[in-house]
Design a binder for this molecule. Structure first.
Ligand SMILES: *Cc1c(COP(=O)(O)O)cnc(C)c1O
Length: 373
């Protein structure tokens, strides 16, 4: 029997796989798989959500004016440089659609954020993945891979899933090599967790170069993953056109009001981020003491470069009631969560190591794998 004809890419492209058993199971596991904040929303935020909830018979403001104004004030930039979207993934989708002329290519690192190839292929953009070297973006090779077909380069900084950051001098040299007709997206979903003073604040580039856009989100440090709201900062001549490519009314009034309130409560929320950063250090040091090789992370997660043992370790964690993110053949990403959840994870990791000590030896080709074979 013939089936309706859909685009062939839908048969061939990868689909985003949520971690096993997180949303359906009766016994919810400890959620260390999606880099969410472990903290429930502050009461000011739940109150803003309730107030906005009373208006949902009306459409939201499609221009997100109040939130755009708050963001402009927070960053000291013009409002017309900002585009708000239903999570930064919606803005990434808009970006891919905005560059998707026939034959368009995107250069991105790999392993990096799993949705880049999904959104690119869906938009008809060809991916040019460039393997990480020593767990970080190989910016020189990424620049080498740019051709007249390249319309977008994505740099995830800090990188998901490794937590590593781009060297600022290398990033500056890289940006200097990008043709002005090619967009660069700096995905800074974890910017608020960065503590190394040497890390580039992409906004400085986004304000200085018309071909650079910066993506930020309320999902991670601001604890609003469930509401879907993020934003992009770029040149006004670019953002004006990107706004046309986005879906109107995609950001709910609930999300808009909660995000405005999150900016009001920023100081309190950033103290929570400080706690997560302290836990990041504690968990990493415990893992290092146990003999794991864990790259320094500037985000709210750690990367365990397990190579071929990644999937088995992921299953082991599932059996221990912990959801982590396994990248088969590469490694496992674990979110820095509450102190209690982190301790349960540390116990699970230590048990794995003592019962399967051979599993931790670095037998992958390179410490972090390349993702292309
Ligand atoms: C979590 C994440 C996002 C997605 O954020 P949303 O705003 O929730 O859509 C974007 N980029 C990277 C690298 C992420 O890890």
């Amino acid at each position: 029997m013939s089936l309706p004809r859909l685009r062939t890419v839908l048969d061939t492209m990868p689909s985003y796989q949520p971690s096993e058993g997180v949303y359906a199971s009766e016994r919810r596991p400890r959620l260390l798989s999606a880099n969410e904040s472990p903290h429930q929303p502050l009461s000011g935020i739940t109150e803003a959500i309730a107030r906005a909830g009373a208006t949902v018979n009306r459409y939201p403001d499609p221009g997100c004016a109040a939130l755009t104004r708050s963001l402009a004030r927070t960053h000291g930039i013009d409002e017309d440089r900002i585009v708000v979207g239903a999570g930064s993934v919606a803005l990434l989708q808009t970006l891919f659609q905005a560059i998707a002329d026939p034959g368009a290519e995107v250069v991105h690192a790999w392993p990096s954020f799993e949705l880049y190839p999904v959104l690119a292929e869906l938009a008809g953009v060809t991916c040019v993945p460039v393997p990480l070297t020593d767990g970080t973006h190989d910016l020189r090779t990424m620049a080498d891979r740019i051709t007249p077909r390249t319309r977008l380069v994505v740099v995830c900084n800090p990188n998901n899933p490794t937590g590593t950051v781009a060297d600022p001098d290398e990033l500056a040299r890289f940006i200097a090599r990008i043709p002005p007709t090619c967009l660069v997206a700096l995905d800074e979903a974890y910017f608020e967790y960065v503590r190394s003073p040497a890390v580039t604040n992409g906004l400085e580039y986004g304000l200085a170069h018309p071909n650079i856009v910066v993506l930020r989100t309320f999902s991670k440090a601001y604890g609003l993953a469930g509401l879907r709201v993020g934003y992009l900062v770029g040149d006004a001549r670019v953002t004006r056109r990107l706004r046309k490519a986005g879906l109107a009314y995609a950001v709910s009034a609930v999300a808009q009001h909660a995000a405005v309130e999150a900016l009001v409560l920023q100081e309190q929320l950033m103290r929570r981020v400080d706690d997560t950063v302290a836990e990041r250090t504690r968990v990493r040091e415990a893992l290092l003491r146990d003999g794991w090789a864990i790259p320094a992370s500037e985000a709210n997660f750690l990367w365990l470069p397990l190579g071929e043992d990644a999937a088995a370790f992921g299953q082991w964690c599932t059996h221990q009631g912990i959801a982590v993110r396994a990248f088969p053949g590469e490694g496992v990403r674990v979110t820095v969560g509450s102190r209690e959840d982190n301790d349960v994870f540390l116990t699970a990791a230590a048990t794995w190591r003592t019962t399967r000590p051979w599993a931790v030896a670095p037998r992958a080709r390179t410490e972090h794998g390349t993702g292309e074979e």
